[in-house]
Design a protein around this ligand. Structure first.
Ligand code: PMP
Length: 364
């Protein structure tokens, strides 16, 4: 059954009608979302905890029957609520269908002079650069997988894209370093992708007043347990937000559906619930890091809801394969420097104990 599913969905072909410019495009490969088979799912950095009580009760009969109406394309209520929550005005807030959607718009809007990002980072950046025909440069991470600030100074108008904490390393780059990059590049938009900021680190939001070239992108998919609702948001100077809106209104003005708008606003009311979940994940991350290191794994110090870990005894792909046989999904990425590693999402304590038990068996 699973083989058949993979065959139907992943044997991609191409018609003779496709625009030439897309012939060579390699699409992003999302982590596996299994159908039918129940796995311990540690492969796509989702939250192991359900959405908060307010979210669960927010969608009632009234909202469901209102589905006959379009959603608010300006997302006024949610933007105002996000603005209040994060201390910005509503016209400095942008929302769309997952942060991937916002990244896509940002690449479309700001990459005319080129784009720079690290060689090991979120794989979608390269896909977006190619999709929009932008010239791009991948700056190699240092030996310890950290981002080298000097590589991003003087970019002369190129879009600079940094995930902070970075993925799949989990390493957080201190704000003072981000600030150096912002200050050195007044003609570049510096996009800081903070998908994982609630699990460590310090948000660049506080730099918004000082730097008009900063675009901070966030998501409800990780710390707010709403990956399936598809909701991303971003903060920047009003003019940058207006640029993103122009692109959104030129593609799909109703990119967020009515139910997601309601769920998103409800999630903002339960801040403590999500903070507590993030705390649990941080504690479990420390537990997993220590146990894996005791087994001889090299584990990168993470500020995110995952760890990057590898063992000299086994390749990353073999380890992931062995885990899958034991009912546990983790994510292996190709690339020379990542050969021995896997990215392991931090689940509940019980899920991670199952993972550690399996790891011990595999390593022997
Ligand atoms: N940025 C980073 C660094 C990510 O890892 C992800 C999740 N794959 C995203 C953005 C996109 O998240 P979403 O579209 O679910 O908001």
């Amino acid at each position: 059954m699973e083989k058949l599913f993979l065959k139907v969905f992943f044997d991609k072909t191409m018609s003779r009608f496709i625009n030439k410019k897309y012939e060579e495009l390699t699409a992003y490969t999302p982590g596996e979302q299994p159908l039918g088979v129940k796995y311990v799912k540690l492969n796509t950095n989702e939250s192991p905890y359900p959405p908060s009580p307010s979210v669960l009760v927010s969608i009632g009969y009234g909202e469901l029957s209102d589905l006959r109406l379009y959603s608010d394309p300006d997302c006024r209520s949610l933007r105002a609520a996000l603005g209040d929550f994060y201390g910005r005005s509503a016209n400095e807030v942008f929302v769309s269908n997952g942060s991937d959607d916002i990244l896509n718009f940002a690449f479309m809007a700001f990459s005319e002079k080129g784009v720079v990002f690290p060689d090991i980072t979120y794989g979608f950046y390269e896909v977006y650069a190619k999709l929009h025909g932008a010239k791009y440069e991948k700056k190699p991470l240092c030996d310890d997988f950290s981002i080298k600030t000097e590589d991003y100074l003087d970019q002369n108008g190129k879009l600079i894209v940094l995930a902070n904490p970075n993925a799949p390393t989990g390493i957080f780059k201190p704000l003072c370093e981000i600030e150096k990059i912002l200050a050195a590049n007044p003609d570049s938009v510096v996009l800081v992708d903070e998908a994982y900021i609630d699990f460590g680190g310090e948000s660049a939001l506080k730099l918004l007043d000082k730097y008009k070239n900063l675009l901070v992108v966030r998501t409800y998919s990780k710390s707010r347990s709403l990956a399936g609702a598809r909701l991303g948001f971003a903060f920047a100077d009003k003019e940058i937000i207006d640029d993103l809106s122009k692109i959104k209104f030129s593609t799909n003005p109703y990119s967020i559906n009515r139910l997601t708008l309601i769920a998103g606003e409800a999630a903002l009311k339960d801040g403590k619930y999500y903070e507590d979940n993030a705390k649990k994940i941080i504690e479990t991350r420390a537990f997993v890091t220590e146990k894996l290191r005791a087994m001889g794994f090299e584990v990168v110090e993470s500020a995110a809801n995952f760890v990057l870990a590898g063992h000299d005894k086994i390749s990353g792909s073999d380890f992931a394969e062995e885990m899958k046989k034991r009912g546990i999904l983790i994510r292996h990425f190709s690339g020379e420097r990542l050969e021995k590693y896997n990215r392991i999402t931090i689940g509940t304590r019980a899920e991670m104990e199952a993972f550690l038990f399996a790891a011990e068996k595999i390593i022997g």
